[in-house]
Design a binder for this molecule. Sequence first.
Ligand SMILES: [Zn+2]
Length: 127
Amino acid sequence: MSKTDDDWKRELTPEQYQVLRKHGTERAGTSPLNDEHREGMFRCAGCGTPLFDSDTKYDSGSGWPSFFRPKDGAVETSSDNSRFMRRTEVHCAKCGGHLGHVFPDGPKPTGDRYCMNGVALKFEPKE
Ligand SMILES: [Zn+2]
């Protein structure tokens, strides 16, 4: 995917652009996806790639939509040492859009907590 910054600015909402392309973080508790409990697929808001199945979503109490396992090969990680914290950054494997971070305090079976910005995701209910 080779989109220019201008392309992304045009296609995304300002909130999506800030998170996906500028590594922003939405305010905790603001995403409607926190309360999304239907069956379906969470896709990348940038390119539409399926990222998380609804049966891997759980309530972490963090105020951000949280998942314990991404779809195979859907996301990639990199180390993020900004803001004096050591964190693992998570982005879409296809478009490189920033999604959130992964922490090692998730539930079984993976023990991972994918802490995602809801604005970087698009939910598609199963029909
Ligand atoms: Zn993407």
